[in-house]
Each structure stands twice: as structure tokens, then as C-alpha cells.
Design a protein around this ligand. Sequence first.
Ligand SMILES: Nc1ncnc2c1ncn2[C@@H]1O[C@H](COP(=O)(O)OP(=O)(O)O)[C@@H](O)[C@H]1O
Ligand SMILES: [Mg+2]
Length: 357
Amino acid sequence: MARTPGQAARRDPDWEGVRLHVVSGKGGTGKTTLAAALALALAADGGRVLLIEVEGRQGIAEQFGIAALPYEERRIASVSRTQLGLPAGEDGPGEVLALAIDTEQALLEYLEMFYKLGRAGKALQKVGFVDFATTIAPGVRDVLLTGKACEAARRKGPDGRRRYDAVVMDAPPTGRITRFLNVNSEVAGLARIGPIHTQAQAVMRVLRSPETAVHLVTLLEEMPVQETVDGIAELHEAKLPVGGVMVNMVRPPVLDAAAVAAVDGDHREDVALALGEAGLGGRSRKAETVRAAVEPLLDPLLEQAREHAERVELEREQRADLQQLRLPTYELPLLGEGVDLGGLYRLAGELKRQGAA
Ligand SMILES: Nc1ncnc2c1ncn2[C@@H]1O[C@H](COP(=O)(O)OP(=O)(O)O)[C@@H](O)[C@H]1O
Ligand SMILES: [Mg+2]
């Protein structure tokens, strides 16, 4: 297809055609952060993106520095390419809306949808039915959450066009993600006919289609990488569409490869000399004076270099394990100041530059 010069510079994003992005990962690796950053990245070319939080901890509101989200789709950010540090494109800014799903209300919505319960639903709420149903059947909760996400991804506006260009879900952690996404196939098996069966099958069709991608967030550490590898095997087995791997909190290397390799040898004398030349021994030109001044620095410095080299080696191993997965992989830097709103936009820019959106 012919491209205008402006488009030629733009890489095709890796997830063209995907409407539902499910972001999972080991707890604490940055799922909520990267789900929010991905939503911003996906909206930057003028799209409308819905960011859904299912764990009910108001992590998204916290990320964007706004008041707790009600159970309603609400605009939380407008975003342009330039805000992500990218050259301006042809499209205007896009927007991110957010929704924190309230299980109880989602259940009532669900009941209303099938049984047109209306006021009876409210009565059920009074007698504690919702508590009952959500407690005895944790699966019910997952049915509601996945159902809601698929509904939003498929929803059409009055003009017949999709309401959202993409939906991003801040999903449960890797250990629970396959079960969570698969819950509707269990439901479809239990309710063999009727509206619940039909709904469950419709949700599974979306989740198993190329319109869905399940991304996993990890760190360059043994445990989260192992969880990622296991999680991906499970997803494959359940025939769920595996997306990319987002490696979060990557620290820049302090020493170059040659310096790391040199750590193993005995370089005490070289380092002492270099420190002296760098002026750390004071102004004296006398070799002994300089040596005496830099001597106390040598062991701690060499020790730090050794620790750094060890870390680099461990990270290299983890990267190699991740490469074996042969999936699109994105690396996001560790932001020293933590993730404020500016940091979130920075991570979004990084995701976009690397082709995730
Ligand atoms: N790239 C990053 N650099 C620095 N801090 C980060 C980064 N990503 C996430 N964090 C911080 O790590 C903590 C956990 O992130 P969060 O997204 O809440 O993880 P999860 O949702 O997986 O539990 C938060 O305080 C967040 O601000
Ligand atoms: Mg979270």
C-alpha cells in the first residue's frame, strides 16, 4: 500500500487488529502501571481507549492522580504523540477512559440483562444475595469481569462504529490469569443451553480470537521470569492468544561489556592508577601520596564492580530465557523517581517507540 512520507517513518504497531489487551504479570511487577501506559500509547494516534481495572484497588485512579473511579466509564486523560515525545502525526489527540468494575453492580447488570429483573434485582441486593453469590462462586465474579471487558471491546455506537478502538484490562496476576480468562468455558459447559450459555460462548469467542492479546509483565529476575514462562505455557494450552512480554524496571548498565568482563581479573593496580589520574588522590604528584589516598577506595569500588557484573550476568540469563519464548518483547526503564504522571507518559512513549502500540 502506498504510504505518505509521514507514515513511512512510523513502524506498524505489533498489535494491529487487537482490540482487547489483557495485561497480566506477577504481582508488583508493574501490571497496573504498564496497563495505563499501554492505554495512553494506544490512544496517542487519536484513538479512544478504555482502561479497565478489575481488582478493585483503585490503582488506576492513583496512577493518574485522580479521585477514586466510580463504576462508570470516565474520561481520565487526553494524549497526543508529542506528549509521548514522538513526532507529531496527522491525527489529533486521543483519549483514555477508565472503568473500575464494581462486582456487585456488575452482577446486578448481568442479572438484569438476562432476566430483566429490574427492581427485583435491587431487592436481591437488600437480602444479601449478591454477597452470597459472589462468595460461594468466585467464578461468578470472573464471569462478570471478563463479560464486561468483552462487551466494551465489541460495543458499537449509534453510528455503527466501534465505541472503543481498544480496551486494556489491568488483569489478575499470572498465577490466576488462565483460569480467569477461561471461566466462561466452564460456565458454557455447565449451562448447556439458554442465555447464559450463549453469553459465555460469545465471551470465549472474543477471548480466543485474534482480537485479544494477553501481555505479561515481568522483571529481569528469576522468579517473575519463571512465572512468565509458565504462564505462557498455560495460556497456549488453554488456546488463549499470547501477546507480548513487557520487561519492566530495567536498569541501565553502569559499566560497559569490557569493564564487566574485566572484573574477574586482578586489576587493582590499573584501577589505582586510573583513580590517581582522575584526581582522586589529591593534587600531589608523589606516587606514594596518591597511592595512599586512593588505597581505601579500591576494595569497595572493586566489590561494587563485582556485584554489578553479577547482576549483569543474571540479567543476561533472564533475557536469554525470555528470548526463547520468541514473543515481541518490550523493555521499560526503571524510573528512579517512581512513576508520576510524567513517568507514565514516558513509559507510554517507550512502548510506542518499541512498536507495542
Ligand atoms: N518502570 C518503573 N519504574 C519505577 N517504578 C515503577 C515502574 N513500574 C512500576 N513502578 C512502581 O512499582 C510499584 C508497583 O507497580 P504496580 O503497577 O502497582 O504493580 P502491580 O499492578 O503489578 O502490582 C508502584 O509503586 C509503581 O509506581
Ligand atoms: Mg496492580
